[in-house]
Design a protein around this ligand. Structure first.
Ligand code: FAD
Length: 299
């Protein structure tokens, strides 16, 4: 099912996972994770593609398994930063053959060893990828795009980043998923600005439970999101105790989710970091609220 059809009916709750490192080549632990996540009945699970410069090798295979083996709708991430049209056709052909109907189309993180002089430069922006997929595959795939409550690091201004967001919607993105944020006011600002510009597509909120201080610093550095004082104070206080820190992360994310739902968010996308136990905790805390939110209580 296309996620756009689902979003036309109701808000969604979804999870994001990433493939194992290329060297390991062992997919068994990711399949165990998916099995546990599937029990939580998300509307879809998305699989990253080369995020943080990691491997792009297993995304199609894992997305196909999510759908076929675990009966959950899958969204395959796809990036274009160093891709050629031929390579994209190959991946898109495999996605089509595996009946994957949903793609999160991205420019992508720079791959390890990326050299802007020698790398292919056929595609510069996510909107180029949207346009390419629409031109060659029509409506075969439902497309989504990334957006940035705290503005993308390379953008000159909020206005310039909103232009980029508008460009991907015009090029075919049916809905958007936000970068991580820890202060909901940035999400509300983004939605307000988008609506003021006439961008009406659903904007799903990307939420990440933080489970240790080191992880938070890495994520903040990579994504450019700010860390509110309350969160950094909690981390400073509890970081040495892993169990307490886990509870801090789950509580903080759950509170964000409850506030977002109360204020009419379009959907919740949980960055699970391949830790189904954390996703389970959050669902245990917010499950009834999420069921009312999505209307799944009546299904
Ligand atoms: P774009 O929308 O192309 O934007 C990139 C920059 O260019 C921005 O600064 C934007 O303002 C600017 N820009 C865009 N269009 C134009 C234009 N026409 N003219 C001038 N400037 C323009 N990365 C991965 O590698 N793999 C993944 O699986 C992955 N999953 C992600 C999932 C989510 C939900 C999110 C939020 C991010 C994900 N990323 C992933 C990270 C993403 O690839 C990076 O944030 C990347 O730096 C930008 O990708 P984009 O698709 O938003 O790019």
């Amino acid at each position: 099912m296309k996620i756009s059809s689902l979003l036309a009916q109701r808000p969604t709750v979804s999870f994001e996972i990433f493939p194992p490192k290329k060297e390991s080549g062992d997919l068994s632990s990711i399949y165990e994770n998916i099995a546990q996540l599937a029990e939580l009945k998300p509307d879809f699970i998305s699989v990253t593609y080369g995020a943080g410069g990691s491997t792009t090798d297993y995304t199609v295979e894992i997305a196909a398994a999510i759908k076929e083996k675990y009966g959950v709708e899958a969204v395959a991430h796809l990036s274009c930063i160093d891709a050629t049209a031929d390579h994209l056709h190959e991946i898109l052909g495999r996605l089509k053959a595996a009946n994957i109907e949903n793609i999160l189309a991205l420019r992508g993180d720079y791959p390890q060893g990326y050299d802007p002089i020698t790398a292919p430069r056929e595609f510069q922006y996510a909107s180029d990828l949207d346009a390419f997929i629409k031109a060659h595959y029509g409506d075969t795939f439902c497309l989504s795009g990334a957006c940035y409550p705290e503005v993308h690091q390379e953008a000159d201004s909020l206005e310039a980043d909103l232009d980029a967001m508008e460009a991907k919607v015009k090029a075919g993105a049916d809905y958007l998923i936000t970068q991580i944020f820890f202060d909901n006011r940035y999400y509300y600002r983004l939605v307000r600005e988008a609506r003021n510009r006439g961008i009406t597509v659903p904007i799903l909120a990307g939420i990440m439970p933080v489970i240790n201080g080191k992880q938070l610093i890495r994520i903040a550095h990579m994504s450019g999101c700010s860390i509110p004082y309350e969160l950094s104070a909690m981390i400073e206080r509890f970081n040495k105790n892993q169990v307490a820190m886990g509870q801090v992360g789950v509580n903080y994310a759950s509170n964000q989710i409850m506030d977002l739902i109360t204020n009419g968010v379009d959907g919740i996308h949980l960055y699970t970091m391949n830790r189904p136990a954390v996703a389970k905790e959050i669902m245990a805390r917010t499950g009834a609220i999420l069921d009312v939110f999505t209307g799944r209580e009546h299904q």
